[in-house]
Design a protein around this ligand. Structure first.
Ligand code: MV4
Length: 511
C-alpha cells in the first residue's frame, strides 16, 4: 500500500480523500495556492506545500510543479480528486513516467473517453447502447445530410466536448446551418478542436449514471445508479440514489452495460458511466467520467462501500475484495450541493468571509465541506462550499431528513443556495419523483421562482412566519412558566439559548 499520497486538489474533495488516507494509515500531502494558505485541506494534511498564484492555471493545474512537489516530499501516489488534473491523460502519463502512481485509469483510457466520437465507437463495439447518430466526425455537408437522414430534432455536439459545451439542439432545418457554425466555433474556442458529430435528440431525458469500481485483477463491478436530472445550466444541484422508478431489471441491464463499457477499455479505479434514459426506459450511453465524482457519497450511503478507499486500493494493485453479489442497496440517499451563490440574484457568485457556519448533524446526515467558520470563499475556484448527503430508510425519510438538515444549516456572510434546495424539497413534482432534465427550467422557472415568487417577497414571508412562530412560542412558554411557578415575565423559563434564538429570530437574524 502507498505510504504517502499527494492530493492535487482543494476544498471538500481534498478533505474527503485525506479522510480516507488517514483511515488507511497513509500520510497526506496538500498543495495550496496563495489564497488557500489557511484552507481546510491544508490544515488537515500531514504536510502542505505552496504551488502558486490563485488562478488554477498558475497553481493547481501546473503539471511540472505538482510533480516536483510529489517527488520532493516522497509521495508514492497522487490523487487528483475531480476537476483540475483529474481527467488529463497527459498528466497521468507524466505521473507514471515519474514513477508515481496516478490514482485513476491510464492516460490512454482517459484520452479515449475524453474524445466523444472515439468513446461512441468503443461503446458500440462493446455492445453498449449509444444514442443513435454518427460515430465519425463530420463536415457541415455530411452533418446536414445525416440530420436529414435520421430526421430532426438532432443534437450537434463537439467531439472534444462534454458537460454541455459546444452542443446545439436543432429542431428545424433552417436552424441547422447556424447551429453547426456556432457549435464549431464554440468547440474551437473551448477545446482547440472543432470536430462535430450528430445525435438524434432524446426528448425529456433523465440523467442516470452507474458507479463503477475496477481492480487490476480483472474484477469490475457496479454500485448501482444515481439520478442526476436536477441540473441548472449543466451544473448538478440535487442527486439521489437509487434512481426514481428504476426497476431491478433495468438496474441490472444498465449495470451490465456500464461494466461492459469499463471492461472494454481496461478500466481501473472508480469511474462513472452516464446514460440518458428516455420516457420508454430506453437507455443510451452518454459519457464516461474517469474520476471520483462529487455525488459519489450518495452511493456510499446506500451501499456502505467507501468509494475513495476502494479506488486507492485498486490503484495500489489490491483486489477489490467485493463481488457484484455483495452489492446491496439499503434505503435512499439525497445530495444537495450547497453553492456560494445568491439564488435570489440569478445565482451570481457570493464570495466572502463565512462569518457563521453552523452545520447540520444528527442521524442520517453527512456534511462534506471544504470550509469552516472564519474561512473565506474566493472567486477563483468552484463555488460549491458543502455537500449535504442525507440517508433515510426510504425516499420519504431521506427527503424529510434533507429538509430538516437544510433548516438547521446556518451560513452567514455569504449567500448560499440553501433556500433554493428548500424549494426543491417541497416541490410536488420532486416529491412524486417524476422529473427529468427539464425540471429546473420548466418547473422552477430556471431557478428564478418556484411556488413562491421573488426573493424579496419570499424573505418577507419567512420573516413574518418566524415572528409569528416566536410570538406563539413565547405565549406558550409564558403560560407554562406561569402554571409551573406562578411567576411573570418573558423568556422560556430558563433556557438562555432558546431565549437568544427567539430574540434573534424576532430580529430576522437567524437562518
Ligand atoms: C443530449 C440530450 C438529448 N439528446 N443528447 C447535456 C450535457 C451533455 N453531457 C449531454 N447533454 C444532453 N445530451 C441527446 N442526443 C440532452 C442533454 C441534456 C442534459 C443531459 C443530462 C443532464 C442534463 C441535461 C440538460 C440539458 C440537456
Amino acid at each position: 500500500m502507498f505510504k504517502k499520497i499527494l492530493i492535487a486538489n482543494r476544498g471538500e474533495i481534498a478533505v474527503r480523500v485525506m479522510r480516507a488516507c488517514h483511515e488507511m494509515g497513509i500520510e497526506t500531502v496538500a498543495i495550496y495556492s496563495d489564497v488557500d494558505r489557511e484552507a481546510l485541506h491544508v490544515r488537515m494534511a500531514d504536510e502542505a506545500y505552496h504551488c502558486g498564484a490563485p488562478p488554477a492555471r498558475d497553481s493547481y493545474l501546473v503539471v511540472e510543479r505538482v510533480l516536483d512537489i510529489a517527488r520532493k516530499c516522497g509521495a508514492d501516489a497522487i490523487h487528483p480528486g475531480y476537476g483540475f488534473l483529474a481527467e488529463n491523460g497527459d498528466f497521468a502519463d507524466s505521473c507514471q513516467a515519474a514513477g508515481i502512481t496516478f490514482i485513476g485509469p491510464s492516460g490512454d483510457v482517459m484520452r479515449a473517453m475524453g474524445d466523444k466520437v472515439t468513446a461512441r465507437q468503443t461503446m458500440q463495439r462493446a455492445g453498449v447502447p449509444i444514442v443513435p447518430g454518427t460515430t465519425e466526425t463530420l463536415s457541415d455537408e455530411q452533418a446536414t445530410a445525416f440530420a436529414q437522414e435520421i430526421g430532426l430534432p438532432v443534437m450537434v455536439k463537439a467531439s472534444a466536448g462534454g458537460g454541455g459545451k459546444g452542443m446545439r439542439l436543432v429542431r428545424e432545418e433552417k436552424e441547422l446551418e447556424q447551429a453547426l457554425a456556432r457549435a464549431r466555433s464554440e468547440a474551437q474556442a473551448s477545446f482547440g478542436d472543432d470536430s462535430l458529430y450528430v445525435e438524434k435528440f432524446v426528448e425529456q431525458p433523465r440523467h442516470i449514471e452507474i458507479q463503477l469500481l475496477a481492480d487490476t485483477h480483472g474484477t469490475t463491478i457496479h454500485l448501482c445508479e444515481r439520478e442526476c436530472s436536477i441540473q441548472r445550466r449543466h451544473q448538478k444541484v440535487v442527486e439521489e440514489a437509487p434512481g426514481n422508478g428504476i426497476t431491478p431489471e433495468l438496474r441490472e441491464r444498465m449495470g451490465a452495460a456500464a461494466v461492459a463499457a469499463a471492461e472494454a477499455v481496461g478500466y481501473v479505479g472508480a469511474g462513472t458511466c452516464e446514460f440518458l434514459v428516455d420516457k420508454h426506459d430506453e437507455f443510451f450511453f452518454l459519457e464516461m467520467n474517469t474520476r471520483v465524482q462529487v455525488e459519489h457519497a450518495i452511493t456510499e450511503a446506500i451501499t456502505g462501500v467507501d468509494i475513495v478507499k476502494a479506488m486507492i486500493r485498486a490503484c495500489a494493485g489490491e483486489p477489490l475484495g467485493i463481488e457484484q453479489k455483495d452489492v446491496q442497496i439499503t434505503g435512499h440517499a439525497i445530495e444537495a450541493r450547497i453553492y456560494a451563490e445568491d439564488p435570489d440574484k440569478n445565482f451570481v457568485p457570493s464570495p466572502g468571509e463565512i462569518i457563521v457556519f453552523r452545520p447540520p448533524g444528527g442521524i442520517g446526515v453527512r456534511l462534506d465541506s471544504g470550509v469552516y467558520q472564519g474561512a473565506t470563499v474566493s472567486v477563483y475556484y468552484d463555488p460549491m462550499v458543502a455537500k449535504l448527503v442525507c440517508w433515510g430508510a426510504n425516499r420519504e425519510e431521506a427527503i424529510e431528513r434533507t429538509k430538516r438538515a437544510l433548516s438547521e444549516f446556518v451560513v452567514k456572510g455569504i449567500k448560499t443556495s440553501i433556500p433554493f434546495h428548500q424549494k426543491v424539497m417541497r416541490h410536488p413534482v420532486f416529491l412524486q419523483g417524476r422529473y427529468d432534465t427539464g425540471f429546473i427550467d420548466e418547473q422552477m422557472d430556471g431557478g428564478k421562482g418556484g411556488e413562491t415568487r421573488g426573493g424579496e417577497e419570499d424573505a418577507e414571508v419567512l420573516r413574518v412566519a418566524q415572528i409569528m412562530a416566536a410570538i406563539a412560542a413565547y405565549r406558550r412558554d409564558k403560560d407554562r412558566a406561569a402554571k409551573a411557578s406562578g411567576s411573570v415575565g418573558g423568556g422560556s423559563g430558563g433556557d438562555p439559548w432558546r431565549d437568544f434564538g427567539r430574540r434573534a429570530a424576532l430580529r430576522g437574524g437567524l437562518r
